[in-house]
Write a protein that binds this ligand. Structure first.
Ligand SMILES: Cc1cc2nc3c(=O)[nH]c(=O)nc-3n(C[C@H](O)[C@H](O)[C@H](O)COP(=O)(O)OP(=O)(O)OC[C@H]3O[C@@H](n4cnc5c(N)ncnc54)[C@H](O)[C@@H]3O)c2cc1C
Length: 544
């Protein structure tokens, strides 16, 4: 086969890999009017055992882009809590407060159907196109800048020239390798075997969850029609498991989750199982001039807590927010690529650190207080114990919001906009009045929040020291030997105070700086006549 490209095209952005991250980024850019080409090596989206877990923030992103009804119309299972089942038969208590959010914390939806939905929506924008069976195999590079991708199909080679190439091609990313961005990773100490078993009407109400066993644990995830079972085993233990025979696998499953005993005979062949070699890794730099990595290509997540899809989607939202406008004007600034990494790297690294703690040996057996790992001790501190929950549910500290949503402004925003315009805070001449309104609201809220945080932090620092420690526990004397628990209280108070103070100072400084640049709280970079923020986003939508 000749290696001369039979198809050559030029776009603003070429995304390699139509997993959750790549498909979401393609949709978000296309709806902003960016010309996007999506390359997918496979001929369809059918994926067995690739993770179907959609946390609250992913559902929230779909709500923002008007796809909630279509998401909920897909066969799914809702999960409100994930109990732990102990070997003696006891089950962790259900959470005390019912979940208040309008979205369930977790929705289990077939990943293939989910990606189909995103791509189907993206097809409605004229700038979007997708090539199936197109495997990216080379980068087009000139003097260190990436200008495009060469890909191979059954019919020969093709080339896409682009201002930006995005590697969203998963944990074994070819683009990462071609770009020379090295993955710093470590294999986890466990591997996971996935399989499915049918659900039965007689199953216990809280049958899903984590089942602790003597030699590992079992994850039981509800899906629309069946249970997805994750069987853990020590690293490289799969060969030994296979050598022991399928009956040994059935017996281990029943030992961990006895309620499955009546159906393990349905596991008749190893082809019904899929091995996931668990790894946790990341690249140090997610970008090069003209190239960005997102999702598993930038950071391989362990399946613990089922956050892989969530993190890929949050990366896509940030990339679209930061890069969309520039790409529409035909520019991909390297400083913007760095910004995407800056915004997403910390949550990713923290989540990976948490995943490293979520191992069977830290969940099994009884451990004495002195052996409780530092991580677990820290998680007892107020506020700090919120961190893992937020990182899992939101893919960060707060869920990312999709920018450029003027296509379907809410009634509230419309009303607020007209009030602010009457008050003279919003310019009636700005073509993008709604963006202008958001900007004003954000600035006002942020300034108050920053000031409040600063004052709050000072109060917290003094309150903990004076009120709690002095009044309740006795006078502070550094020479006093405080017992462990009190020292924890003091330390946590000081830690929380300092964290809040740091956030307060940073926000306040940013606000002061932006109000100097933007005048009376209005971000004038938004929606200027003739600027890139004008009507392009609407154009994309109206073309439907
Ligand atoms: C076996 C398995 C089980 C998993 N289980 C879970 C789970 O239970 N919970 C969970 O949250 N996560 C799980 N994950 C991880 C989860 O699937 C990923 O974190 C998530 O899909 C990452 O999305 P992504 O878009 O970054 O990449 P991916 O979903 O990996 O998508 C990458 C896409 O790129 C395509 N591609 C690859 N190379 C090329 C190329 N050269 N050219 C063109 N296209 C290419 C692939 O075909 C694929 O469609 C699992 C992963 C695997 C492999």
């Amino acid at each position: 086969m000749s290696d001369v490209a039979s198809t050559v095209e030029s776009v603003d952005c070429c995304i390699v890999g139509s997993g959750p991250g790549g498909a979401m980024l393609a949709l978000l850019l296309a709806r902003q009017g960016v010309r996007v080409k999506l390359l997918e090596a496979h001929h369809d989206f059918e994926r067995e055992f690739r993770g179907d877990t959609m946390h609250a923030s992913t559902q929230h992103v779909l709500e923002q882009i008007g796809l909630t009804n279509r998401l909920n119309a897909l066969p799914h299972a809702k999960i409100y809590e994930f109990p732990t089942h102990f070997p003696d038969g006891t089950v962790s208590p259900p959470p005390r407060a019912p979940h208040q959010s309008k979205h369930p914390p977790t929705l289990e939806v077939s990943q293939a159907r989910f990606i189909e939905l995103l791509v189907d929506e993206a097809r409605q924008y004229p700038g979007f196109s997708i090539a199936f069976g197109a495997r990216a195999e080379a980068l087009i590079e000139h003097e260190g800048n990436i200008h495009g991708v060469r890909y191979r199909t059954g019919d020969g080679w093709g080339e896409v020239h682009a201002k930006l190439v995005v590697g969203a091609d998963g944990r074994f990313s070819k683009i990462r390798q071609l770009a020379g961005l090295k993955l710093i990773g470590s294999a986890d100490r466990i591997d996971l075997v996935w399989l499915r078993l049918p659900r039965s009407t007689g199953d216990p109400e809280r049958a899903h969850g984590i089942y602790l066993g003597s030699d590992g644990f079992l994850v039981v995830v509800p899906r629309a029609d069946d249970w997805q079972i994750g069987f853990t085993l020590p690293k490289d233990g799969f060969k030994r498991l296979r050598a022991a025979g399928i009956e040994a696998l059935r017996a281990s499953i029943v030992e961990r989750a006895p309620f499955l005993a009546d159906r393990t005979h349905l596991i008749a062949d190893w082809r019904q199982t899929a091995l996931l070699q668990v790894e946790i890794g990341r690249v140090e730099r997610w970008y090069r001039p003209g190239l960005l990595l997102i999702g598993d290509a930038a950071h391989v997540m362990s399946p613990a807590a089922g956050v892989g899809i969530n993190y890929a989607i949050q990366d896509a939202v940030v990339a679209s927010n930061v890069l969309g406008r520039g790409l529409r004007g035909g520019v991909a600034r390297t400083s913007d690529l760095a910004k995407v990494q800056r915004r997403r790297e910390l949550p990713t690294r923290l989540m990976q650190a948490i995943q490293r703690q979520m191992r069977p040996d830290s969940m099994l057996g009884t451990i004495s207080r002195s052996e409780i790992p530092l991580f677990a001790r820290l998680m007892r501190l107020p506020l700090l114990n919120q961190v893992p929950g937020r990182l899992i549910a939101f893919g960060g500290f707060t869920p990312e919001r999709v920018h450029g949503l003027d296509q379907c402004p809410s009634d509230d925003l419309q009303r607020t906009s007209s009030v602010l315009t009457q008050l003279g805070l919003c310019s009636p001449d700005a073509p993008d009045t709604l963006d202008n309104t958001r900007s004003v609201l954000r600035n006002t809220v942020h300034t108050r929040l920053a000031g409040g945080l600063l004052i709050g932090s000072i109060v917290v620092l003094f309150a903990w020291r004076l009120v709690i420690v002095e009044a309740v526990l006795g006078p502070i004397n550094p020479a006093d030997e405080l017992p462990g628990a009190e020292r924890d209280v003091l330390a946590s108070g000081l830690l929380i105070g300092s964290i809040i103070a740091t956030i307060g100072f940073t926000l306040l400084a940013r606000q002061l700086r932006s109000s100097r640049v933007g005048g009376v709280g209005i971000d004038r970079s938004v929606g200027l006549p003739g600027g890139p923020g004008g009507t392009g986003a609407r154009d994309g939508r109206h073309s439907r």
